[in-house]
Design a protein around this ligand. Sequence first.
Ligand SMILES: Cc1cc2nc3c(=O)[nH]c(=O)nc-3n(C[C@H](O)[C@H](O)[C@H](O)COP(=O)(O)O)c2cc1C
Length: 367
Amino acid sequence: MAGADCEPLVSLADFERAAEALLGPQALSYVAGGAGDEITLRENRDAWRRIAIAPRVLVGVGVGQRDPRVTVLGRPRPHPLIIAPMALQRMVHEGGEIATAQAAEATGSVMCLSTLATVSAADVATAAPGASRWFQLYVFADRGVSRPLVAQAVEHGYEALVVTVDVPVLGVRERELRSGVRTSAVPQVPSARAAGARGPLTPGRFDALVDADLSWGDIKRLAAESPLPLLVKGILTAQDALLALENGAAGVIVSNHGGRQLDTVLSGADALPAIVDAVGDRVDVLVDGGIRRGTDVLKALALGAQAVLVGRPCLWGLAVDGAQGVQRVLEILLAEFDVALALTGARSAAALNGSFLTRAPWVEWQR
Ligand SMILES: Cc1cc2nc3c(=O)[nH]c(=O)nc-3n(C[C@H](O)[C@H](O)[C@H](O)COP(=O)(O)O)c2cc1C
């Protein structure tokens, strides 16, 4: 796969540049933008870079044959990469969520499908039956629409329910406001249509769809009713992680929604340690935000995450070359993770722990 100047795309940053050149200004504002001054958006990447690796050498057997396998929600997974739920993927490429699911299938990654996908959960399942699929739920004010969405996911073999809790209202995303993307014709969203929303998904229409008054009582009910394990996505404090556990969640996703909701909240990397400390191994802890290198994946696991979600890089791959582009992005990240396992002397994902990390002195040098 090559960029506009015909050099091969060898890193996620290469895909980012290629996607920026291909996407129109509206789609680009939607994919790349964050909330407010985009401080959290930048922190999401920078926080991983502030952690240094303390590699061990000459550790012997196993370095020649690394083992990236992890266990998530009690199931073995070939590696820790999960494609984050992202809405409106047909805005980026006509293949949309189907192409993304096919890349998940080809790479053994989990695909988390957004409630606001441009393709139904049933159609994604048919197009990529071998992909492990999770369903992300925005709980709509009209439960008569939310319930059939969950039922459809269950019927079509989705393996977990990811309830996103950091969007009671949409964040203020200035790049989107400037480009006008949300008031233009965006692709059809079957779930929004089912809820009676017509036309583009403006912030006002979005806010009218979702239940802003959702509470822990609703999570408890959903967890009790759901035949699928439930993860709560959008947790940034130990207190809320403990409430998720008490209310029946099987896991939490430490996330600030890719810096798109409340600006100046902590990055995933900075919020993760206190949450891992609080919940221990009683629930799975996953993290997202700014994962761009295999070393970021390694650091997340060493801090106690079971797996990581990768967001925008998958959309860069999708923009560049549909399913194959997403597949290539995931393959690059996996290859980098494999090399990082070898060069830290950790040998396996399961062996990662805090002893492989240290404070980065360059944080002070920059000041
Ligand atoms: C274009 C876009 C759309 C998104 N849509 C959703 C969504 O529908 N549901 C959701 O829970 N999170 C959504 N997210 C947040 C991602 O799931 C994820 O938390 C975030 O993108 C991770 O950060 P990263 O992009 O730096 O990897 C979206 C993110 C982006 C970039």
